[in-house]
Design a protein around this ligand. Structure first.
Ligand code: NDP
Ligand code: MG
Length: 386
């Protein structure tokens, strides 16, 4: 039997990082951690280090305390982990655009990127594609909707065409959204929402940033852009539908009218396992099982775009292209940081993003410096937004 495949887990201390550790623990003959990183949660990283003993351990922001001798620090540790010789798969589970550099380095070095960090693709999709072409790496989505699309597309991915995983014969993608905690709230109530309300996701347990994104539907905008960049399907053929139970993770309508959906309980275990094993399915009794009767009924409803304008702003940025998706993402990240810090109300997120897009959305974003400049300018605008 071949030795276990080496994994670099970027964002080991987060929600996806914890899921990945649970999944890999069930498959020691198949996978092992070669590298692990965190931002500043030293205690959680030390626990992961003690458990897995990876060759590379990186803490981006160590503060003032000295680090164990084996550990690296600073932002460079993400690239060091992602490009280590013994790493075949980079599970990028950091949060935010900061993940782009590692994604680019990994695909340039010929690695598979199991991508949870959708922000890096939204910011630099064209750059990732170029780096894949020159370096020979690949990207496999971890996001549950995109994992679902990939599974629905079984056997049809590859060949020529736009996108990182080009597909043919697709009439429409139908991406599902839980609707978030404010699905049934009116405008006045959303306006008065507290941070605790924002973070109370009805179906998924996730990190704080993506939880805010789920409440505003910014997450769904990022996912529509992600779907377009991954599979090359035009924006006008990507629809979003609200599905409060989060059981149907997405659907593909083919040219003959057949619609194929992927179902499962709301857990990231299967998407992580599938991205690590792709294109194989790995036997795993630990993934939570689906019970159709217990999950009934499954319902679908339209998005209330008037109450959740961030979704439309993000999709429009995707259609505009150039630096606009990077501006959308950076403005959203900055706005979410302010909401989490208590210096901005949740209901002002769309206004802040709209301002950044109106000022910066037309920039070309032709290379990394241009994208980084647009990203930085958007963050400054949102920081000063009143
Ligand atoms: P968490 O906030 O739970 O974890 C984020 C991880 O990234 C932590 O390990 C954190 O380290 C690290 N990190 C944070 N900031 C930086 C930084 N500046 N540099 C390096 N590392 C950093 O997030 P999630 O696990 O929820 O999400 C991770 C990614 O996966 C996001 O892009 C999200 O959109 C995506 N995703 C998440 C899903 C989920 O179910 N959670 C579902 C689908 C996608 P530390 O702990 O030290 O702060
Ligand atoms: Mg998702």
């Amino acid at each position: 039997m071949s030795p276990p495949t080496g994994i670099a887990l970027l964002g080991a201390t987060g929600s996806i990082g914890a899921t990945a550790q649970r999944v890999v623990a069930r498959h020691p003959a198949r996978f092992r951690f070669v590298a692990m990183t965190a931002h500043s949660d030293r205690a959680a990283l030390a626990a992961a280090d003690a458990r897995w003993r990876p060759a590379v351990v990186g803490l981006v922001n160590p503060g003032n305390e000295p680090l164990p001798e084996r550990w690296s620090h600073g932002r460079e540790c993400l690239v060091e982990a992602a490009t280590h010789d013994d790493v075949a798969i980079v599970l990028n589970a950091v949060v935010g655009a900061v993940g782009l550099e590692a994604t680019l380095a990994a695909v340039s070095a010929g690695k598979r990127v199991a991508l949870a960090n959708k922000e890096s693709l939204v910011m630099g999709g064209a750059l990732v594609q170029r780096a894949m072409c020159s370096g020979g790496g690949t990207v496999v989505p971890v996001d549950s909707e995109h994992s679902a699309l990939l599974q629905c597309l079984a056997g049809r991915v590859g060949g020529r065409g736009p996108g990182l995983l080009p597909v043919a014969g697709v009439r429409r993608f139908i991406i599902t959204a839980s609707g978030g905690p404010f699905r049934e709230w009116d405008a006045k109530r959303i306006h008065q929402a507290t941070l605790a309300d924002v973070l109370k996701h009805p179906t998924w347990a996730m990190g704080r940033k993506i939880s805010v994104d789920s409440a505003s539907l910014a997450n769904k905008a990022l996912e529509v852009i992600e779907a377009h960049l991954l599979f090359g399907v035009p924006y006008e053929r990507i629809e979003v539908v609200v599905h409060p139970q989060s059981i149907v993770h997405s659907m593909v309508e083919f040219e003959d009218g057949s619609v194929v959906a992927q179902l499962g309980v709301p857990s990231m275990e299967l998407p992580v396992l599938y991205a690590l094993g792709y294109p194989d399915r790995i036997t795993d009794d630990g993934v939570p099982r689906f019970d159709p009767v217990a999950s009934s009924p499954l319902t679908f409803e339209p998005v209330r775009h008037d109450l959740f304008p961030t979704l439309g702003l993000g999709i429009a940025a995707g259609v505009t292209g150039g630096a606009a998706p990077a501006v959308f993402n950076a403005a959203n990240e900055a706005a979410v940081a302010r909401v989490l810090a208590g210096t901005m109300a949740f209901s002002t997120i769309p206004g802040a993003i709209e301002l950044a897009l109106s000022r910066l959305g037309h920039h070309s974003g032709e290379d990394l410096p241009a994208l980084l400049a647009a990203d930085a300018a958007a963050r400054v605008l949102v920081q000063e937004y009143r």
